[in-house]
Design a protein around this ligand. Structure first.
Ligand code: NAP
Length: 690
């Protein structure tokens, strides 16, 4: 282990690194007790910092498109990955082993990169997001509405817990920055040195606009006094602090959007079918032991309550105790260590007090909260603790076991008689981030999971089918909700693009189709159209939304339908048998295949010669609305609806509104055609690369 000189942790505000006044409060290494850093934010001007973020950072981010912001984050994420060893060097100071640190450091960077790539895949390359369909509000189509999303014009203030100094920051700034909101991160003081390291690396990339990311290391002081209705606060930490901040005067008075992630008494349930000897039993024991010992149980998602069928209670206690006794406890950097230290001696004392409250309702069946045997390190100086397993015989009469979160390697086993009881016991936690169920029986899963869902943000099912691939009970994943109702805070983080939209305002815009097209950048039916050249002859340089082609008509014959049926093998009776078709409630006679209509439509609207349209990659929202009979004649109106140039590539995606009508002007088919179109034509040298 290398000797370190204690450093002063700094804050990054108003475009520079600042220490404020005073020498700072000493921070101790979790496992050795040595002073490793000093922290303090006294004298720093948070009011100015927030104004700076809103003005400089917000303005710069809003000037970028969603894809530009996502690509910026991708580059930042790659730069962080290259420097990850610098972060691991300080990870051990928090008491975490390298394996624990992987979740925080590489898990955090991975989350950032996931957001960067999904945003480019799932959101358009625009500054304004449109949501849902255009709503017609008048009979003549001249007054319509659509929802748009734009970034809030304040600062996203992220107040985080001590246990994930890296992931905690990155999982929140990724959706906020993609949405176009500047961030101010306030990590928990105890582990803020690691957040500071990562923030320095991000700032040093030079990629983030001035004011887009600020950091407060030390006490938050009067920070929340200065929030406005355009700021958003996300809080992760204890329920007690969360409640205090959520009811802060300025937060309440300004109706500030406040997302809270707090304590959670997460459960794991062993299904009635999953007795000893089944793969599910073994998976359950492994997962429960892993959740108790990884990060020394200091995970918001860790399993705190273990519900098992009465018949298997003793077997679970024995198997879990045997597994826990194998957890080698010691210095986080020691190769032999399986479980490191808690974050501080103060936290360890707090966990001991909570174990005492839990033990008053049951008994300790494994571990000793006051004594620990170590493979390395000094039990007096480091915040080491043995895993502690309790059993509570009367869980329906107990209170503390469903309410007290011992934030360490602690869990309680409780027995249930029926699946209904298991659900009722889980609900006693009053809302959790996650619970897991171990069963190989679909009926058990259906009953318990639907019973649990209203009280949970996430439910994981473990069984033999996913034993090798499962990401496990404890891992939040960027595309999925992280959060939970009730005691868990009622908040929702991440969740893919839902997380991004949390940092935007949804506005219903009403007006003419032309106005809506101008605002959203997406052509709305009824807006002006241009008919100069066939739009397939235009590269993205020339193509505009509203560019339209109206085709000649084509009559559908019986021979066409029979040829298509024999050629494709689709001889469904409605196309082939007049009597059978007439007996069908929807048809008056034999009808053309829907796919024949879509194929003829393409035949009508394409301009066949090589040109800027590079490929058709699918259709969206295809609907066949009116039956087509022999003798009907079809026409197509194809309109450029949305253009999404790709950053770093010679092409972009173009969405076309395709409407097929018959001789009576009835719409027979409606859909969006999706194509790739070159930015220039003829293409530049590397136009289609990337
Ligand atoms: P904490 O003591 O509640 O602190 C959380 C954050 O609030 C810290 O950054 C803290 O800063 C800050 N804070 C405290 N008082 C404040 C004030 N008056 N104004 C502004 N900020 C203030 O929680 P913790 O001990 O760090 O974390 C452990 C808890 O977090 C556990 O209960 C755990 O369940 C929960 N947690 C929940 C999740 C989740 O997603 N649900 C995730 C991780 C952890 P200082 O450190 O400077 O006081």
């Amino acid at each position: 282990m290398t000797e370190t000189v204690a450093r002063r942790v700094e804050s990054f505000l108003l475009g520079s690194w600042q220490t404020g006044t005073g020498a700072g409060k000493p921070l101790a290494h979790a496992a050795t007790g040595k002073t490793i850093a000093f922290i303090g934010a006294e004298g720093l001007d948070f009011e100015d910092a927030l104004a700076y973020g809103r003005d400089k950072g917000g303005r710069a981010l809003r000037a970028m498109t969603i894809h530009e912001r996502a690509l910026m984050l991708k580059a930042v994420g790659m730069a962080l990955m290259e420097r990850k060893e610098e972060f691991y060097a300080e990870n051990a100071w928090t008491g975490a082993t390298r394996r624990d640190g992987w979740v925080d450091i590489e898990g955090g960077i991975g989350t950032l990169l996931t957001f960067a790539s999904r945003a480019r895949r799932e959101l358009p390359n625009t500054k304004v997001l449109s949501e849902g369909e255009v709503e017609p509000l008048s009979k003549d189509g001249s007054f319509v509405a659509r929802h748009i999303l734009t970034p809030m014009k304040g600062v996203a203030i992220h107040i985080n817990a001590f246990n994930f100094p890296v992931w905690g920051m990155l999982e929140k700034i990724a959706p906020a920055l993609i949405a176009g909101m500047p961030c101010l991160v306030k990590p928990a003081s105890q582990t803020a040195y690691l957040t500071e390291r990562v923030t320095r690396a991000m700032i040093e990339t030079g990629l983030l606009p001035d004011g887009a990311l600020q950091l407060v290391c030390g006490s938050a002081g009067d920070l929340l006094d200065h929030v406005t209705g355009q700021d958003i606060v996300t809080f992760t930490g204890s329920a007690e602090t969360g409640r205090k901040l959520k009811t802060h005067k300025a937060v309440v008075n300004n109706a500030v959007r406040f997302n809270m992630e707090a304590d959670s008494l997460n459960a794991a349930i062993l299904g009635p079918d999953a007795g000893p000897g089944t793969p599910e039993f073994d998976l359950f024991i492994r997962e429960a032991a892993n959740e108790m010992t990884s990060k020394a149980g200091q995970k918001c998602t860790a399993i705190r309550r273990i519900f098992v069928p009465k018949a298997h209670e003793q077997a679970v206690v024995e198997a879990l105790s045997a597994r826990l006794s194998k957890a080698a406890i010691g210095l986080p950097e020691d190769q032999n260590t399986r479980m490191g230290a808690l974050v501080s001696l103060g936290e360890r004392d707090g966990v001991r007090e909570k174990i005492a409250a839990l033990a008053a309702e049951g008994e300790i069946v494994h571990g000793d909260p006051d004594h620990v045997s170590l493979v390395s390190g000094d039990a007096e100086k480091g915040a080491f603790m043995s895993p502690v397993l309790l059993r509570c015989a009367n869980p329906f009469d107990a209170e503390a076991v469903h309410a007290v979160e011992a934030f360490g390697p602690v869990a309680t086993v409780m027995a249930y008689d029926t699946p209904e009881e298991a659900v009722a016991l889980a609900e006693r936690g009053k809302g959790s981030l996650v619970s897991s169920l171990f069963t190989n029986d679909g009926a058990v899963a259906a009953e318990i999971v639907t019973g649990l869902a209203a009280y949970h943000g996430r439910v994981m099912i473990g069984n033999r089918g996913s034993a090798k691939s499962s990401t496990g009970h404890g891992s939040p994943l960027a595309p999925l909700i992280h959060g939970g109702p009730g005691r868990a805070g009622g908040g929702e983080e991440m969740g893919g693009m839902r997380g991004v939209k949390h940092f935007m305002q949804r506005t219903a815009v009403q007006g003419t189709p032309d106005m809506l097209s101008a605002i959203t950048g997406e052509w709305v039916d009824g807006a002006a159209a241009r008919h100069d050249r066939h739009p397939f002859r235009k590269s993205l340089e020339e193509l505009r939304i509203g560019d339209q082609v109206e085709t000649a008509s084509r009559t559908i014959t019986r021979e066409d339908v029979e040829h298509f049926a024999e050629f494709t093998g689709d001889t469904f009776y409605a196309h082939m048998d007049s009597d059978a078709a007439k007996a069908n409630p929807f048809f008056e006679d034999r009808v053309a295949h829907g796919y024949l209509i879509a194929s003829f439509a393409a035949g009508l609207f394409v301009d066949p010669d090589p040109g800027p349209v590079l490929a058709n990659y699918g259709v969206d929202n295809l609907r066949f609305l009116t039956p087509v009979y022999f003798g009907d004649s079809l026409r197509v109106r194809l309109t450029c609806k949305a253009i999404n140039p790709r950053e770093n590539a010679g092409h972009g995606e173009v969405r076309w509104d395709c409407r097929v009508t018959n001789q009576k002007d009835e719409v027979v088919a409606q859909y969006d055609v999706l194509t790739m179109v070159a930015k220039t034509w003829p293409p530049a040298e590397d136009a289609t690369s990337g």
